[in-house]
Ligand binder design. Sequence first.
Ligand SMILES: Cc1cc2nc3c(=O)[nH]c(=O)nc-3n(C[C@H](O)[C@H](O)[C@H](O)COP(=O)(O)OP(=O)(O)OC[C@H]3O[C@@H](n4cnc5c(N)ncnc54)[C@H](O)[C@@H]3O)c2cc1C
Length: 198
Amino acid sequence: MAEILPVQVDESKSRTDGGKKKKAIPKGVVLDKDGKPCRSCTSFRDWAAMTRKKITPPQSKEPSSTTATATATSLPPDCPPDVETLGRSTWTLLHTIAATYPTTAPREKQDEMKTFMNIFSRVYPCWVCAEDFQRWIERPENKLVPGREEGHLGGRASLEQWMCGAHNEVNRKLGKSEFDCRRYEERWRTGWADGRCD
Ligand SMILES: Cc1cc2nc3c(=O)[nH]c(=O)nc-3n(C[C@H](O)[C@H](O)[C@H](O)COP(=O)(O)OP(=O)(O)OC[C@H]3O[C@@H](n4cnc5c(N)ncnc54)[C@H](O)[C@@H]3O)c2cc1C
């Protein structure tokens, strides 16, 4: 599910350019800063509604001519990622980085992590996601400050809770339920207490 993002254009309003009518952009499709649709900012469902290509989902026996992407809910695995696939993969990386951070981090590691997160927040390919994330990490209570106990970088436990909070901020924004941060280590480092990951 993509969030209702600020640069979405209502399908009912087709654009004109020098008198020439342009194809309307369906609601849910996010535009890049150059005005072109941003694939990594848009869910597959909304992207497919715009392209209206006929794609047969991998398992389907239906002939492709009768299977519209607008009804498919997920991408074939070897396509460029939509906002959700990119998000899931990225969270996996970020949480795994936090879960393998030293229990007590030397100053050099703390500096590296701050640099990494700051650069990450600027290069994340979904630009609308990145801008909100930058605003979140700039809040005084969320700032990463090496060498300070309240700076979230002193060791694994504090970085994990910070990362959990960052993800929950996005969950709230998208209307999803919040993750219980007390279960963070089970989810991302040790595996669940019931042994199903062993
Ligand atoms: C920095 C960033 C910003 C994003 N901003 C947007 C945005 O503005 N709009 C948008 O549409 N999408 C955004 N996304 C993508 C979005 O967060 C989801 O990844 C995407 O919607 C797919 O969601 P999902 O329900 O499959 O699970 P995800 O939210 O991707 O979560 C994957 C798994 O992580 C675990 N998990 C969930 N919450 C937490 C938590 N708080 N702590 C630890 N583990 C957790 C759960 O086991 C879950 O199954 C963003 C992603 C990132 C990395």
